[in-house]
Design a protein around this ligand. Structure first.
Ligand SMILES: [Zn+2]
Ligand SMILES: [Zn+2]
Ligand SMILES: [Zn+2]
Length: 384
C-alpha cells in the first residue's frame, strides 16, 4: 500500500515568480502586459525590485485593467488609498465581510459604500436599515462636515448613507475636538491625528473628490455585471476543457477539480477571464495527478474538509473509511482517541460523550449536559 506522508504541493512543480527577475526587462514587460490586475498584485508582493518596477511602470496597471475591462481609477485629492493596485486588491483578493468581519473571497457588492458580504444573511443585513440610513430629513446632504459622505440614491427618493461611514465621521470629528481641547483621549479605531481645522480641510478635499469616486463606483457596478457574465461563460468553457482533458487521461473531472492545483487553476483562469489551454494542462497535469492520487488514497491536503462519501485514511490505522463513518470507526477501533476531532472531518455541533468511550451516540450541547447530569453526576445521587 502506498503511503503518502506528505501531500504534494505546488512549490516543487511550478515555476516561481522570481523568474521575472532573470528575464531581460523588455521580455518581462511584454509578459506583464498580459497580466490581470490580480497577477500584478501577486507579482508586486514577491520582491522589492518587482514592487519598485511595477510602481514606476504605471501603464502595466492600465493594461491589466483593460485586460479584464476594468474602468481606470480616478485621480482624486482625497479618498483613501485608491491606487490601481489597491483597487485590484479590493476587487479580486477578497476581504472581510462588512457585517461580520469573516474573510470572504467574494467581490464587493456595493462600490459606493465599499460593502462586501460573506453570506446571504450578511448581505440582507447590509442592505437593511441596520446598515443603511435613509436621510429623509436631509441631515447629511449639506452637513458642514458630512458633505463628503458617500451617498446613493439608487433605491430611494432620498439620499442613502452607510451607517458605518456616519459613525466613522462622528468619531473622527470627536477625536479632532478632543485634540483641540488638549484631551489625551484617542479613538481606538486608530483615526489619524488631526485638529478640527485640519479635519475640516480634509473633509473639503474629500467633498471635492466625492463625485469622481461615486462615478467610478457606478462604473464598477456596470463593469461587475458584465464581468460576472463573461466569467460565467469562461468558467463553462474551462469546465468543458477540464472534462475533456480528464476523459482523455482517464480521470474524473470532479476529482481533478478538487485537487488544490486543479481548483487554483480553474479559479485563477476564470477570474482572469482566460481560457485554459493545452499548454497549461501539460504544465500542471503531473502535479494535479499526484494530488489526485493522494486524495484517492485517502490523504487530503492540509485544511481540506472531506465530503460524506469521500474515503479517508484513518489517522490511527491504515484503513480507508468513508467520512460519514469515520467517527463510528474511531469509537469502535480507537476508543482512546477523540471521535470529535479527526483531521479532514468538519467539526460538528453535536458531540460524543467523553465519559462513554464506547458510545456512538451524538448529543447536542444541551443534550450532553442532560446526559451527564443523568448518567455521570454524583451530586444527584448523594441527594437521595
Ligand atoms: Zn458576514
Ligand atoms: Zn482506524
Ligand atoms: Zn456519557
Amino acid at each position: 500500500m502506498a503511503h503518502h506522508s506528505e501531500f504534494p504541493s505546488s512549490d516543487i512543480y511550478t515555476v516561481p515568480f522570481y523568474v521575472f527577475n532573470r528575464f531581460p526587462a523588455d521580455i518581462g514587460l511584454a509578459i506583464m502586459t498580459h497580466c490581470s490586475p490580480h497577477d500584478l498584485v501577486q507579482l508586486q508582493m514577491t520582491s522589492r525590485s518587482l514592487y519598485a518596477f511595477l510602481g514606476t511602470h504605471k501603464h502595466l496597471w492600465a493594461a491589466a485593467q483593460a485586460n479584464v475591462g476594468l474602468p481606470p481609477v480616478p485621480i482624486v485629492e482625497a479618498g483613501g488609498n485608491r491606487s490601481a493596485a489597491a483597487c485590484a486588491v479590493f476587487i479580486f483578493t477578497g476581504g472581510a465581510c462588512t457585517w461580520c468581519s469573516k474573510f470572504t473571497p467574494a467581490q464587493p457588492f456595493s462600490f459606493v459604500f465599499r460593502f462586501r458580504a460573506c453570506s446571504p444573511s450578511c448581505l440582507k443585513l447590509l442592505l437593511s436599515d441596520v446598515s443603511l440610513y435613509v436621510d429623509k430629513s436631509k441631515t447629511y446632504e449639506d452637513f458642514s462636515w458630512g458633505r463628503w459622505l458617500p451617498r446613493s440614491k439608487l433605491h430611494s427618493p432620498f439620499n442613502v448613507y452607510s451607517k458605518r461611514d456616519i459613525k466613522y465621521a462622528d468619531r473622527e470629528r470627536q477625536q479632532a475636538i478632543n485634540i483641540d481641547n488638549h484631551s489625551s483621549r484617542r479613538d481606538p479605531l486608530g483615526i489619524p491625528h488631526r485638529t478640527v481645522a485640519q479635519l475640516n480641510e480634509m473633509c473639503l478635499k474629500r467633498a471635492r473628490s466625492r463625485d469622481a469616486l461615486t462615478e467610478h463606483a457606478l462604473r464598477l457596478v456596470s463593469w461587475q455585471t458584465e464581468y460576472f457574465k463573461l466569467k460565467a461563460t469562461v468558467s463553462r468553457a474551462n469546465y468543458d476543457f477540464i472534462k475533456l482533458m480528464s476523459a482523455v487521461e482517464g480521470k474524473k473531472a470532479q476529482g481533478i477539480l478538487r485537487t488544490p492545483k486543479g481548483t487554483a487553476l480553474f479559479q485563477a483562469f476564470n477570474r482572469d477571464l482566460t481560457k485554459l489551454t493545452f499548454t497549461v494542462w501539460l504544465e500542471n497535469r503531473a502535479l494535479m495527478f499526484a494530488q489526485l492520487g493522494c486524495m484517492l488514497d485517502g490523504v487530503f491536503p492540509v485544511g481540506a474538509v472531506g465530503r460524506p462519501n469521500d474515503k479517508l485514511r484513518c489517522s490511527y490505522c491504515p484503513r480507508l473509511i468513508k467520512v460519514k463513518g469515520m467517527a463510528d470507526h474511531v469509537v469502535d477501533k480507537h476508543p482512546d482517541h477523540d471521535p470529535d476531532t479527526i483531521p479532514f472531518i468538519q467539526k460538528r455541533d453535536e458531540k460524543h460523550c467523553p465519559e462513554c468511550p464506547s458510545s456512538k451516540r451524538l448529543y447536542t450541547k444541551r443534550g450532553l449536559k442532560d446526559h451527564k447530569l443523568n448518567k455521570h453526576s454524583t451530586i444527584l445521587l448523594s441527594k437521595e
